[in-house]
Design a protein around this ligand. Sequence first.
Ligand code: NAP
Length: 301
Amino acid sequence: MSHKLLDGKRIAAPIKEDVQARVVAAKSKGWVPCLASIEIGENPAASLYIRNQKRACEGVGILFENRRFPATITQREMQAAIQSINVDPRVTGVILQRPVPSHLNLRLLQSAIHPSKDVEGMNPANIGKVVYGDFTLGPCTSLASMEILRSTGLDLRGLNVVIVGHSVIVGKPIALHLLEELATVTICHHGTRNLAYHTRQAEVVFVAVGKPKLITGSMIKPGAVVIDIGINRVDVEDEEGTVRQKTVGDVDFESVHEIADWITPVPGGVGPVTLSILMRNTVTALEEQMDRYEREMRMPR
Ligand code: NAP
C-alpha cells in the first residue's frame, strides 16, 4: 500500500507564495513582471495550457499577454516577431507554446528567445548553464521534478536514481541536477536493453517518456519514490460503454502505488509544480533584469 501521495498542489503552494512576495517587492520598485505567450496556429492542448498559465499568473500578480500568430507564418517572420518581443521593455518573460506547426523549426525559435527572458529554460544558453550546475533559469519540468523529490525529505547524496527518458528538456537536466547533489544516476532510453533490471534497483525512478503503463508494479523496488512526468490522453470506457478521454502518466498507478512509498498522481502531480516553477522563473528573470539595469546605471559614462 502506498504511504504517501506526492500532491503537486501542496508542493506548489509555498513556491507560489514566495513568487507572490517577490512580485510585490519588484512592483514596489516600479518593475512589473509581464509574461508574453507566443501561440502559433491553434491547438486544443496549447489552449488549455494557456488558460492555466494565465490563471496562475493572475494568482501571483504577473501580467500575462497571449500573442497569437497564424499557422502559416514563415520561420523568418516568426523569428523576427520573437526579436521584436525580445526588445519590448514591457515584456520580462517569454513562453513559446508547443506544438508549433510542423514547417517551423522549434529549436531555432527557442534559440531566438533572449536568454534573459527565456523563462522556460529552453534557450541553449540556459540549457548550457545547467551543465555547469547553474539552474537559475533551468527547464521548468526538470526543476519541478527536483522540487517534488526534495519534498520527500530524502538525503539525495548517494541515492540510486533511474531516469527513464533522456530528452533535452526533462531527462537530461534532471540527471545533471542529481549529479550536482551527488546522487548516483542511471539514464534509460530506447537503447536500454532491460529497463526493468534498472528500475528494480532504484530508490527513485523518474519517468518522462510519453507511453502509458510503461512502468508497472513488478518493475519497482518496494519503498521507492516514483515521479511520473508523462502526460498521455487515453480512451476509457465507462460502465455504460461510453468512451471518454482521460489523462494518464507513464506509470501504471494501480500496480505501482501498492509497491512504492511515494508516488505522484497524474494529473495533479508534476503538472501543478511545473506551473509554479514557470512563475518562479518569470520572477527570477525579472529580478536579474532589475539587477542588470541597476549595475548599468551605476557604470561611469
Ligand atoms: P520526448 O522528447 O519525446 O522524450 C521521450 C524520451 O523517452 C526520449 O528520451 C526517448 O528515448 C525515451 N523513450 C521512448 N521510448 C522509450 C522506452 N520504451 N523506454 C525508455 N525510454 C523511452 O518527450 P519529453 O518532452 O521529454 O516528454 C516526455 C513526457 O513527459 C511526455 O508524455 C510529455 O507530455 C510529458 N511532459 C510533461 C510535463 C509536465 O509538466 N508534467 C512537461 C513536459 C513533458 P529515445 O530518444 O532514445 O527514443
